[in-house]
Design a protein around this ligand. Structure first.
Ligand code: GLN
Length: 426
């Protein structure tokens, strides 16, 4: 069965030796690969072939990995189901007839189906953790600045990070070790060692939660589906049985997180996507003496509906007169979310919640209702607003056999702690 995990299947060979020798790592199609087309799931970039590799791609091949292809994704990362791709939807191998989640749905499906050993995705508001949860695999959204974004085609640059998707916590941690580290070509990267962290991620997957305090934010639990909550509470019981202390915490600001996230993400997108005008990047609109018309034709033909909706809303939120009303308010909410997480981490080591409040949607179910899709990001978006690391680890299945994911959030550069806690559930 063809799940449509890949937009382009084209092998990029790695070095003969290295920590990932003999391992295949699929790469999301918004990460630049020299000589291999990089479409971002968009008609606009249907025939775009980057002249250089992203830093993470250089790191993968230097570590010996083989890249089997570029994975399917929601157009420019805008979606939660991989259905906004111009190259058709991907099917969930763990739940036939259902979406694989998004936007890194091709990456998670490829790993779940064994079409790649591991994969890279990107996470702006949940796009690694959501598909990992829906496909029953592990995904890590790193602390902002841990992994270089050089060569990643930007959607909302203040929120997004590249991160690993793998069958187990240890493998995901191993892949994170390869791509983490400061990069002089991305000024937003930071050295974990300057911030109380280090890069020994795989060794942290030792399952030892005996000294750990795990906080459960009531706000991220109360609205979840019952079938999801059952699995969530079972996982907490298991962690408690292994010696962890479970305690309730409050994050009152997160009820505004989805709204703040979408205003900020759409505002940044409206600016980042301005370069796709058919002249600088993208398929030409055909010049006929009027540049405005030429650009408009290129963007009308090249972008899908969801991308156009977001560019329009983002431009509106940034326009004179509305900037203070929407964009500035969203930034204030972002600061408040950050503060709430900071105070929570004064009393707990990690925070736990369901990754997604719902099990995977059926194919086609959510496309006509963008708001429903946005609200499914309630538990993942606060983490991006606060620039924190988080992992999604499988927490069993619903009675209908649909995968459920557990999310663990850590303090900045606290990757080891979330890896340790997640590995206790395997
Ligand atoms: N679903 C969110 C969005 O559509 C997250 C996407 C992402 O993380 N790239 O914006």
């Amino acid at each position: 069965m063809d799940l449509n995990c890949y937009i382009t299947e084209s092998t990029i060979d790695g070095a003969d030796e290295g920590p990932l020798a003999g391992v295949t790592v699929a790469v999301k199609d918004n990460i630049s690969t020299e000589g291999v087309r990089t479409t971002c799931g968009s008609e606009m970039l249907d025939d775009y072939v980057p002249p250089y590799d992203a830093t993470v791609v250089e790191q993968l091949t230097a570590a010996g990995a083989t890249i089997p292809g570029k994975t399917n994704m929601d157009e420019f990362g805008m979606g939660t189901t991989t259905e906004t791709s111009a190259f058709g939807p991907t099917e969930n191998p763990a739940a036939p007839g259902h979406v694989p989640g998004g936007s890194s749905g091709g990456s998670a499906a490829a790993v779940a189906a064994g079409e790649a050993d591991m994969a890279l995705g990107t996470d702006t508001g949940g796009s690694i953790r959501c598909p990992a949860a829906f496909c029953g695999v592990v995904g890590i959204k790193p602390t902002y600045g841990l992994v270089s974004r050089y060569g990643l085609v930007a959607y909302a640059n203040s929120l997004e990070q590249i991160g690993p998707i793998a069958p187990t916590v240890e493998e995901a941690a191993q892949l994170l070790e390869v791509v983490a580290g400061p990069d002089e070509r991305d000024a937003t990267t930071r050295d974990a060692r300057d911030h109380g962290g280090n890069y020994d991620f795989a060794a942290a997957a030792d399952g030892d939660v005996s000294d750990m305090t795990i906080g459960v934010p009531t706000e991220l639990v109360e609205d979840a589906d019952e079938a999801v909550l059952d699995r969530f509470h079972e996982s907490l019981d298991e962690l408690e049985a292994q010696g962890a202390t479970i305690t309730e915490v409050e994050l009152p600001s997160v009820e505004h997180a989805v709204q703040a996230y979408y205003v900020i993400a759409m505002s940044e997108a409206s600016s980042n996507l301005a370069r796709f005008d058919g002249v600088r990047y993208g398929t030409s609109g055909g010049y006929d003496g009027n540049w405005n018309e030429t650009f408009a034709r290129a963007r009308e033909a090249g972008f899908g509906e969801e991308v156009k909706r977001r560019i329009l809303l983002g431009t509106y939120a940034l326009s004179a007169g509305y900037h203070d009303k929407y964009y500035k308010k969203a930034q204030d909410a972002r600061a408040w979310v950050k503060q709430d997480f900071d105070s929570a981490f004064e009393s707990v080591d990690v925070l736990a919640s369901p990754t997604m409040p719902v099990p995977p949607f059926e194919l086609g179910e959510s496309l006509s209702d963008p708001l429903k899709m946005y609200l499914a990001d309630a538990n993942t978006t606060p983490v991006n607003l606060a620039n924190l690391p988080a992992i999604s680890v499988p927490a069993g299945e619903t009675a209908d056999g649909l995968p459920v994911g557990l999310q663990l959030v850590g303090p900045a550069f606290g990757e080891q702690t979330i890896i340790r806690a997640a590995s206790a559930l395997e």
